[in-house]
Unconditional design. Structure first.
Lengths: 106, 167
C-alpha cells in the first residue's frame, strides 16, 4: 500500500539499516564493530535526510542536503576520535573486547 | 519504485547485515565498505550528487581506511576465543527489532502524509557552494573548528605515552 510512494521505500530501508546498526552495536563484543554499527546508524539517518530533501516541498532551500553534508563531516570526526580511543584502550588493557573492559565497575 | 532502488537497497542492507554477522573483523570492514558504497549510489539515485560523492570520499576513502588501520593496530584480525557476540546479544536483537518495528509502523501508518514531490530538483554544486558561504557560513566555521579539534584530539588520544617515573 505505502510502497507506491518512493519516499516511504527509502524511509523503510533507512529504518532497517538503523536497526541493523543498532543490533550490531548492542550485540557484538569488539569495540571496533560497535563503532562500525554506530556509523551505520548515522548513515541511515543521512539517507532519511537526503530522501526528505529530494521528495520534500522545497528542495531548492537545500536544508536537508546541508544537514546531511554536515552530518557526514561530524561522523568523520567521530570516527577518528572513536578509533583513536579504541587504540588507546588496546594499549592500556591489551584487549578490544568490551566485556573485558570493566575497570570502572563498582 | 524502480528496479534500481530494489537493487541498491539489497546491496546496502546485505552489506550492513554482513558487517554485523561476519566473524572476522577484516571481513566486517569490507562489508561495511559495500554498505557505504550502496548508500552513496542511493544518494546519486536521489539526485544528491554532491552528497553522494562526499559520501564516497569521506566514508570509503577515509572512514573505511581508518577502520582497517584500527583493526590491524589492535590485532583484531585474530578470532576471539569466546565468540564474537556478547553475552547479552538476545537483548540487543530484541531492542533492534523493537526499534525497527516502531520506525516501520510510523512510516507505514503515516503514508498518506508523506510528501511526494516527483519533479527532480535542479540544484548544482554552485548553489551548494553559495549556500555554504552564505546562509550556512556559521555552521561551516564551527564544523571547521570541530574537525581541527577532533584531528588534534584523536592524535593526542592515540599517541604513545612515555612511561612516567613512579607509575
Amino acid at each position: 500500500m505505502s510502497m507506491t510512494t518512493p519516499l516511504a521505500g527509502y524511509l523503510l530501508v533507512a529504518a532497517l539499516l538503523f536497526a541493523i546498526g543498532l543490533g550490531g552495536a548492542l550485540a557484538r563484543r569488539n569495540a571496533i564493530v560497535v563503532l562500525i554499527g554506530i556509523e551505520l546508524m548515522l548513515n541511515a539517518a543521512n539517507l532519511n535526510l537526503i530522501a526528505f530533501w529530494r521528495y520534500g516541498p522545497h528542495p531548492e532551500a537545500l536544508t536537508g542536503m546541508m544537514f546531511a553534508i554536515f552530518s557526514i563531516a561530524v561522523a568523520a570526526a567521530e570516527a577518528a576520535v572513536g578509533l583513536g580511543l579504541v587504540i588507546a584502550i588496546h594499549r592500556h588493557t591489551n584487549t578490544t573486547e568490551l566485556d573485558k573492559i570493566d575497570r570502572m565497575k563498582g | 519504485m524502480n528496479a534500481m532502488f530494489y537493487l541498491l537497497a539489497a546491496i546496502t542492507l546485505a552489506g550492513g547485515l554482513a558487517t554485523v554477522l561476519l566473524k572476522h573483523l577484516v571481513h566486517s570492514a569490507l562489508a561495511v565498505t559495500v554498505a557505504f558504497a550502496g548508500l552513496a549510489l542511493m544518494f546519486l539515485q536521489l539526485d544528491a550528487q554532491f552528497a553522494g560523492f562526499a559520501q564516497i570520499l569521506v566514508y570509503i576513502g577515509a572512514v573505511a581506511i581508518l577502520i582497517v588501520f584500527a583493526i590491524l593496530l589492535t590485532r583484531g584480525a585474530d578470532l576471539p576465543k569466546h565468540g564474537v557476540f556478547s553475552r547479552t546479544w538476545p537483548l540487543g536483537l530484541v531492542i533492534a527489532a523493537g526499534v525497527f518495528a516502531v520506525l516501520g509502523w510510523a512510516v507505514i501508518s503515516s503514508a498518506g502524509a508523506i510528501p511526494q514531490q516527483n519533479a527532480s530538483p535542479s540544484v548544482t554544486v554552485h548553489d551548494i557552494g553559495i549556500a555554504l558561504v552564505g546562509r550556512y557560513v556559521l555552521p561551516l566555521e564551527i564544523l571547521a573548528l570541530l574537525l581541527t579539534a577532533a584531528t588534534i584530539g584523536a592524535v593526542i588520544v592515540a599517541m604513545h605515552e612515555k612511561e612516567r617515573p613512579g607509575s
